[in-house]
Design a binder for this molecule. Structure first.
Ligand SMILES: [Zn+2]
Length: 491
């Protein structure tokens, strides 16, 4: 009897393996509509020089208007007018909220919804004390054989300059889009709040004018190479179709306080430590959102045969994959709301027992978890019930944009035209925030993708020392933006 069962199990397993091997052979990328890339010679060095000049303007982001060096933004604006004369001539330019820019390039057909191309002019400051660590000064815009160096080279003056180059070159060829093209360049993405946010002001202005955008393209991940020997060798264009929410929760506990000379064994700080432990040992529930299936499925189909043998069984593998991913901190953040206790405060003096010890915990919410849910979660998992919770900088997670939109498919078509059979365009979730978040009320197709071909190590250099962009990636990105604008601006 036992042998019969064993043979039965082996037979089922054998059938499963055979079916899998056959399925893997047919598990291929979906057909993408062909797109012919127009041959166009980009003068890469000229683009690099423009970017270098733009990096020299110290358009540093500040949390409030008072600290902003508006003169630097003005210099940048004037520079753009000077270097991109056709854009200056053929668009209307508005300065919104002191420093943000809105250029409108009229299309042939006023009945079509305009398309938006987003970028931000501001950059993060260089961390104090690290200025000397840069190989080339952060605002020098130094150019060597391979790179343009400096703050903003990847985030995201590169993007802004390449969009300008693309539009200027299309204008020089006499191209006129079918729909209006809006270039929307915020001035405080890196430090924006509800009150100070150029992107929000532009979006509000569009709403006021009754304008609904067909799509917007903003910063997001880059074009990253996936190369695992024998398993996969492709470029990954991960397009952000949603972004996580954000809230800082200040959690204050109540304790007796008093003089430290008569301190109990455990002071209020011990309660605080328990609170941190409660929060960290009760992580949010993870969720496999639909974009994850599409992401893994699209990548899996592009894998080499051994990779496809595994990935064609994605529905069966999902629980295992979810289990593994939740155990890797960086990967877990795509599956759940992230809890990060980052600040704490005891008493104001060393000889005073804390009466109102508090911690501040930063939460990055997964779409589906609201900020109310975060507060409920805190009240549920923290063992002390007499706590005050204060919400700071709350921002709900965004909606998901569909991958079926023309704009998403345009990225797919253009990337495939640029790298035939060697690129995967898949949806993903943006962990941080972008200006495009504020366009939710005037647009349903919000995409976050920067077409710059950079290594993962370089990409992670964003906001860090020695930020730099390969010159080659600039030229390719100008071509990408030209083609993307042509496809999306069309009927
Ligand atoms: Zn940015």
């Amino acid at each position: 009897m036992g042998l019969k069962i064993l043979l039965g199990v082996l037979a089922i397993l054998a059938v499963f393996i055979v079916i899998t091997l056959i399925r893997a052979a047919f598990y291929k990328p979906e057909k993408i509509e062909e797109h012919k890339i127009e041959k166009y010679d980009v003068d890469e060095m000229k683009v690099a020089e423009h970017l270098s000049d733009v990096i020299k303007f110290k358009t540093i982001s500040r949390a409030k208007d008072e600290g902003v060096d508006w003169g630097e933004f003005e210099k940048l604006r004037n520079y753009l007018d000077e270097k991109y004369p056709l854009i200056a001539k053929n668009t209307t330019k508005e300065i919104v909220d002191k420093g943000s820019l809105l250029y409108i390039w009229k299309g042939k057909n006023p009945d079509l919804e305009p398309m938006g191309m987003l970028a931000h002019q501001d950059v993060v400051p260089v961390a104090e004390g690290t200025e000397g660590d840069w190989e080339h000064d952060a605002f020098s815009g130094f150019i060597d054989d391979e790179f343009v160096w400096g703050r903003g080279a990847l985030d995201m003056k590169n993007h802004l300059v390449c969009v300008m180059e693309a539009v200027e070159s299309l204008m020089a060829q006499g191209f006129q889009p079918e729909r209006d093209v809006y270039l929307c360049f915020g001035h405080n993405e890196e430090s924006c709040s509800e009150e100070y946010c150029g992107a929000k002001k532009i979006a509000d202005l569009l709403k006021e004018r009754g304008i609904h955008l067909d799509s917007v393209l903003d910063e997001g991940s880059a074009l990253i190479t996936l190369d695992v020997k024998g398993i996969i060798d492709t470029k990954l264009a991960a397009v952000g179709v949603a972004e996580k929410g954000y809230v800082d929760m200040k959690i204050t506990l109540h304790d007796k306080g008093g003089h430290t000379s008569a301190a109990p064994v455990h002071s209020g700080m011990a309660k605080l430590a328990n609170t941190v432990q409660d929060l960290e040992s009760h992580q949010f529930k993870s969720h496999w959102l639909p974009f994850m299936t599409e992401l893994f499925d699209t990548i899996g189909r592009q894998a080499k045969y051994p990779g496809r043998v595994v990935m064609c069984n994605l529905p069966i593998l999902r629980p295992l994959l979810k289990f593994v991913l939740t155990r890797i901190s960086a990967a877990a953040s795509v599956l759940r709301t992230v809890t990060s206790v980052s600040m704490c405060e005891g008493s104001p003096a060393a000889n005073v027992l804390p009466q109102r010890p508090n911690i501040t915990c930063n939460f990055r919410t997964l779409p589906g978890d609201t900020i109310d849910d975060v507060e409920k979660h805190i009240r549920k998992v923290v063992r002390y019930k007499d706590i005050d919770i204060e919400r700071m900088n709350p921002k709900e997670a965004s909606e998901f944009s569909p991958t079926s939109s023309r704009a998403f498919q345009a990225i797919r078509k253009v990337e495939n035209g640029l790298h035939p059979d060697h690129v995967v365009v898949a949806p993903y979730l943006v962990m941080g925030g972008t200006d495009s978040y504020f366009y939710g009320e005037v647009c349903d197709n919000i995409l976050r993708f920067a077409p710059f071909d950079v290594s993962l190590a370089l990409f992670l250099n964003t906001h860090a020392t020695n930020e730099r962009v390969p010159i080659k990636a600039l030229g390719e990105s100008v071509i990408f933006f030209r083609e993307y604008i042509k496809v999306v601006s069309d009927k």
